[in-house]
Design a binder for this molecule. Structure first.
Ligand SMILES: [Zn+2]
Length: 325
């Protein structure tokens, strides 16, 4: 079987205008070798941190047996990387016939001159040509949320070049905004911290691994209802599946009209969940969406559960799964 091919893209160039933190309010030793890497009052470049994670991720994926290529960076030259135009990055990915691509970035909010409170991790997929990107993004985001505690901003849809599966001819392309470089804590404690890079690279690699090995399939019908099915393998039980997919045995029994929840057989196709997708608009709240789609504002916890939200904060352009009974 041909190896799965993945492109790892590190956003921007080392000297690209903007794309750096506001001045650090303290000196930081990124790799804890006793030497200061960023002085108090200096700005840190997004590209350096992007490469920090991209490089670790590249080697982890190679070690896991994937065929991996780099776009937009060079291991030995991170501080001297020119900004590779987006169209060149896209063409490299297309020419190399990559199955998937992952672009690493840090987010920014406001003018970039001063720190503000906007924070958190999110993953972007293309608004028109996402193909399987949301499914991959879910696995990666799930893993990214396991490490250092950060606000979960969810999966967002936008018209970004590095997410365009059509132009790059990929099956799935995601862009990870790991944290905000305009947030004081995230810039100094996460972005300029090689332990955090290691943690993120491990988590992204694990998300990709789980996605590539997942024994499930998502299909959508003409009414926009998605069905996620799983093919039973030896050792599967309903309670194990319920735990893996964040649902309940009762729901699985009902969805699959099972007579005996203890009797499932290898090769059997089980429906895990059904949902529609909704893209959050400015001014939306979970109870408003719940009222509109589930008939009651009080059912919003079901949306939280399906999307694994830790709080009720949602953001414009965030993609939410809405349960379908
Ligand atoms: Zn960026």
């Amino acid at each position: 079987m041909a190896k799965i091919k993945i492109a790892i893209d590190a956003g921007h160039g080392s000297k690209t205008a903007g794309k750096r933190t506001p001045p650090f309010t303290q000196a930081v030793d990124i790799d804890k070798d006793g030497k200061i890497d960023v002085k108090k009052g200096e700005s840190y470049h997004e590209h350096y941190a992007n490469v920090g994670i991209a490089s670790l991720l590249y080697h982890k994926l190679k070690a896991n047996g994937y065929d991996v290529i780099k776009t937009g960076w060079d291991d030995d030259n991170a501080k001297n990387d020119d900004d590779t135009p987006l169209s060149n990055r896209q063409q490299t990915i297309k020419k190399n016939k990559c199955d998937y691509s992952v672009s690493i970035h840090f987010n920014a909010y406001g003018s970039g001159a001063a720190y503000n409170s906007v924070a958190g991790v999110c993953i972007y997929i293309h608004s028109q040509y996402p193909k399987e990107s949301r499914h991959l993004a879910e696995y990666v985001l799930q893993e990214l949320r396991k490490g250092t505690s950060q606000q979960n901003r969810g999966i967002h849809s936008d018209n970004l070049a590095m997410c365009n599966c059509k132009t790059m001819n990929t099956k799935a392309s995601i862009l990870c905004e790991i944290a905000f470089m305009t947030n004081e804590r995230e810039a100094q404690k996460l972005m300029a911290n090689s332990d955090f890079w290691e943690e993120c690279a491990t988590e992204i690699a694990k998300g990709i691994e789980r996605y590539c090995n997942c024994n499930n399939k998502e299909e959508v019908n003409s009414k926009g209802v998605y069905t996620l099915t799983h093919t039973v393998v030896a050792g599967d039980t309903l309670s194990k599946l319920a735990k893996t997919y964040n649902t309940t045995v009762d729901k699985l029994v009902k969805l699959n009209k099972l007579k005996d929840p203890n009797k499932i057989s290898v090769g059997q196709k089980l429906i895990l969940m059904k949902y529609k997708l909704y893209t959050v608009k400015q001014g939306d709240t979970l109870s408003k969406i719940s009222q509109q789609y589930l008939g009651s504002a009080k059912r919003y916890p079901e949306i939280m559960e399906l999307n694994m939200l830790a709080d009720t904060l949602i953001h414009a352009e965030q993609i939410l799964k809405i349960p379908v009974d």
